[in-house]
Design a binder for this molecule. Structure first.
Ligand SMILES: C[S@@+](CC[C@H](N)C(=O)[O-])C[C@H]1O[C@@H](n2cnc3c(N)ncnc32)[C@H](O)[C@@H]1O
Length: 234
């Protein structure tokens, strides 16, 4: 027995997997799997296009999901990328998509918690953004209880950067707008971790729910800004 909502989610995912999904900035289609975070809201991917091309860089992609961030960075000139994810379905999905896009020789995915071993020139991360407990396994891509993932990412980032390396953190301010995280949270964690913001790029929410006035969260969603923070050791 499964709920209708789960069944519809599975059928939808099967169709996306069969047909493939166009993602702005990605050359080729992405074929997501059920339970893997899907970039249907694409403004965060497009932020990567506003950043300098990562020419020749070795990339870590923490919480890789479908692998989409790695693929865009590889297509923009990164040398190779290593994605990690706690979810085995994401790891399998990212590997499969790398092969489909002809990037299999430059992309590796590992099932593990947060960072891989070693250091990289560029560490990219789009963490789960709602600091509340997940209601089911699939929600773990979106919910980050107590901002534990975000805290651990910021604490560990410096130790995984090559000299002069950069961390590219994609983060929306929805949690702050909903009162789920204090406004000063990020600045305080950055200071504690000895990190500084080198530059940042913002984008306003462009997805349909941001314009849906009947949505009880409309006020927050319409004011949501997603930011790409370029972080470096201070
Ligand atoms: C918001 S999704 C981002 C996926 C992908 N990077 C993207 O931008 O489309 C967050 C991802 O982090 C993964 N994740 C959650 N906790 C993790 C952890 N402790 N270590 C590694 N990955 C984790 C989730 O499974 C999910 O794939």
């Amino acid at each position: 027995m499964v709920s209708l909502k789960t069944l519809l989610g599975m059928l939808g995912a099967a169709e996306w997997h069969r047909k493939g999904l166009e993602v702005p900035g990605l050359k080729g289609l992405l074929h997501p799997r059920y339970g893997v975070f899907l970039p249907t809201r694409t403004e965060y991917v497009e932020l990567l296009l506003k950043a300098p091309p990562p020419l020749g860089m070795r990339v870590f992609d923490v919480g890789t999901g479908t692998g989409v961030l790695s693929f865009v960075l590889l297509q923009r000139g990164a040398d190779r990328a290593l994605g990690t994810d706690l979810d085995p379905r994401s790891v399998a999905c990212a590997k499969e998509n790398a092969e489909r896009l002809g990037l299999g020789g430059r992309f590796v995915a590992e099932e593990r918690d947060l960072f891989p071993d070693g250091r990289a020139d560029l560490v990219v991360c789009n963490p789960p953004w709602i600091p509340e407990p997940p209601k089911n396994r699939v929600d773990r891509a979106v919910f980050d209880p107590g901002s534990a993932f975000l805290r651990a990412f910021l604490e560990g980032l410096g130790a995984h950067l090559s000299p002069g390396g950069e961390g590219w953190l994609l983060l929306s301010n929805l949690a702050e707008l909903l009162g789920l995280r204090p406004a000063a949270f990020l600045a305080e964690r950055l200071a504690e971790a000895g990190l500084a913001v080198k530059w940042k790029k913002d984008t306003a929410a462009g997805h349909p729910r941001a314009y849906d006035r009947s949505d009880p969260l409309h006020a927050a969603r319409s004011a949501e800004v997603t930011t790409l923070y370029c972080l470096a050791v201070a």
